[in-house]
Ligand binder design. Structure first.
Ligand SMILES: CC(=O)N[C@H]1[C@@H](OP(=O)(O)OP(=O)(O)OC[C@H]2O[C@@H](n3ccc(=O)[nH]c3=O)[C@H](O)[C@@H]2O)O[C@H](CO)[C@@H](O)[C@@H]1O[C@H](C)C(=O)N[C@@H](C)C(=O)N[C@H](CCC(=O)O)C(=O)O
Ligand SMILES: Nc1ncnc2c1ncn2[C@@H]1O[C@H](COP(=O)(O)OP(=O)(O)OP(=O)(O)O)[C@@H](O)[C@H]1O
Ligand SMILES: N[C@H](CCC[C@H](N)C(=O)O)C(=O)O
Ligand SMILES: [Mg+2]
Length: 484
């Protein structure tokens, strides 16, 4: 593809060199440059990509998109100067892959909790309805049934457009993707054409990156601000930021709620450990999920399917066959009659919600919670998480999550600092996560629930930059003597 075709829609300040040059690929990482590529120099959070321009040229870059022109330039390289490469990179990437998001229906999900759940359930549902689908999520990316491991919740703009292009090639009709606040703020989704957007909920998270709650909230809102008039938004009227998110969007807004006037409504008729009976828009349906927040997630899925033109009866049949997403409220039964639940709750709010969901089920015994907090991430949430765990559990074992580059005991101490002496009576701390899970299982009696929170689907523990194999579900199954 010619450079000039990639520059359609780009606001350049200066172009030095030939724009008829053929471009073989676009990259934001000099280490991945091949002969004939365009290198986009980005000012990142750790380093300034401009310092790698020479390296990129030595690896074969034929064009450079940058904010600051290098003083020494190669005669056979074309330099394009723009005000902000972050604003332009998505447009270039999507042009290079021939605008894949225009050739399928792309729906983005944002919010603090529930993105993976909602996006995955939509992907599963639309496949059941007979469509070819793609999924971009924290757990894994899928092009139809073929899995591509995910490093991020939302990939970088180059990877993202490449995956969408592959989805077009595979004949996908729909793609459901998570839009993280980091990705929206860094404009990884820039240049994409969305058919729909979904808002789940908003509570505190990632303040290490966004600094203030307002910045975090506005990063989420920016997604809805960028949607075109032709798109739809489904927003959660039960969340206090639900209407704020959509106040400046050009898209058609629809609401969902469990308690207010809304376009899509549902309530719980009955709840057991095996699932719930719901009333969705006047129809009764049995689903294999527990917990109020899952009613909210299912409503987002239902409303989106309606907006995508599906019939209510077909959607309800498909809803009744869906089951929990990997590591999200996933139950494992022990032979001696207690239940372990593996869940990805890693924020105070998610812990509260998961424990609420467990308490909403009748006839259970004690609740024993195993949880920790990730290292090198938002420290403010640690004491709050310990408090939430203690509030709704009979016993809590505080342990390690992903310590990353921090001392695991110091993270545990930050969590314990949130508790008074009365609350401390319920708490044990065991640094080794496997030992912590074993101890919780040893304590459990018939009818009890052991909640193992924080890591969900993760199959590693990140210690000092090394990912050691560790899988909560696998550990539980070992303890239960179940074969994987
Ligand atoms: C803090 C953060 O979000 N960083 C992301 C950001 O990187 P950055 O801009 O900070 O990059 P940098 O390291 O400063 O480098 C600047 C530029 O120089 C380039 N470079 C760097 C070194 C080199 O030798 N050559 C070179 O060209 C880099 O490719 C980059 O373009 O942009 C990169 C490309 O999109 C991301 O890979 C990277 O994710 C890092 C690894 C990360 O850990 N991100 C997490 C926090 C994240 O994004 N999480 C969200 C989920 C959050 C949630 O749970 O909701 C996600 O979407 O996954
Ligand atoms: N609608 C919801 N409201 C509150 N909590 C939820 C909701 N849906 C799921 N959760 C809880 O939050 C945890 C994370 O869920 P999920 O992975 O679907 O969210 P996410 O938004 O993709 O998270 P991440 O930002 O880590 O990618 C789950 O393990 C569950 O405990
Ligand atoms: N996407 C989340 C994952 C957190 C998972 C938890 N296990 C941890 O390591 O803190 C984040 O980047 O904050
Ligand atoms: Mg996710």
């Amino acid at each position: 593809m010619k450079l000039k075709e990639l520059l359609i829609g780009i606001k350049s300040i200066a172009i030095i060199g030939d724009t008829d040059v053929d471009i073989t690929g676009v990259n934001i990482d000099s280490r991945k440059i091949h002969d004939g590529n365009l290198f986009v120099a980005m000012k990142g959070t750790l380093v300034d990509g401009h310092q790698f321009i020479t390296k990129a040229i030595s690896l074969g870059a034929k064009a450079i998109l940058c904010e600051d022109l290098p003083t020494e330039r190669s005669a056979d390289v074309t330099y394009v100067r723009v005000a902000d490469t972050e604003n332009e990179v998505g447009k270039v990437a999507t042009a290079f892959y021939d605008y894949p998001s225009k050739k399928l229906k792309l729906v983005g999900v944002t919010g603090t909790n529930g993105k993976t759940t909602v996006a995955t359930l939509l992907y599963n549902m639309f496949r059941k309805l007979g469509y070819k689908c793609g999924l971009l999520s924290t757990v894994c990316n899928y092009i139809e049934e073929s899995a591509i491991p995910a490093d991020h919740t939302t990939p970088d703009p180059i990877e993202l457009n490449y995956l969408l292009h592959k989805m077009v090639e595979a004949g996908c009709d729909y793609v459901f993707m998570e839009c993280s606040s980091h990705a929206i703020a860094q404009k990884r989704i820039g240049g994409l054409t969305f058919t729909g957007g979904i808002f789940t909920n908003l509570t505190r998270d990632h303040l290490d990156y966004h600094k203030t709650f307002e910045n975090y909230r506005n990063a989420k809102k920016a997604f809805f601000d960028m949607l075109p008039k032709s798109a739809f938004v489904i927003t959660n009227a039960d969340d206090k930021n639900g209407m704020y998110m959509v106040q400046n969007t050009k898209a058609t807004v629809k609401t969902y709620s469990m308690s207010r006037m809304a376009d899509f409504k549902a309530n719980i008729v009955e709840m057991h450990f095996a699932g719930m009976y719901l009333n969705v828009d006047g129809h009764e349906v049995g689903v294999q999920f527990i917990g109020k927040f899952n009613v909210s997630n299912l409503l987002a899925v239902y409303g989106t399917a309606i907006m995508l033109g599906q019939k209510s009866e077909d959607i309800l049949v498909a809803l009744s066959t869906l089951h929990s997403v990997s590591g999200r409220l996933e139950p494992i039964q022990s032979a001696d009659g207690y239940t372990a639940i593996v869940d990805y709750a890693h924020t105070p709010d998610a812990l509260e919600n998961v424990l609420n969901a467990i308490h909403e089920v009748d006839g259970k015994g004690h609740v024993i919670t195993v949880c920790g907090a990730g290292g090198n991430r938002d420290k403010g949430k640690r004491p709050l998480m310990a408090r939430e765990a203690v509030k709704q559990s009979d016993k809590v074992i505080i342990t390690s999550d992903n310590p990353r580059f921090e001392d695991p005991q110091a993270i545990i101490d930050d969590m314990l600092a949130g508790l008074n002496s009365q609350q401390m009576k319920k708490v044990l701390s065991i640094v080794d996560r496997r030992e912590a899970i074993k101890t919780a299982c040893m304590m459990a009696q018939k009818g009890d629930v052991v909640l193992i929170a924080g890591k969900g689907h993760e199959n590693y523990q990140d210690i000092k930059g090394v990912k050691h194999h560790f899988d909560d579900k696998e550990v539980v199954k070992e303890i239960f003597g179940l074969n994987n």
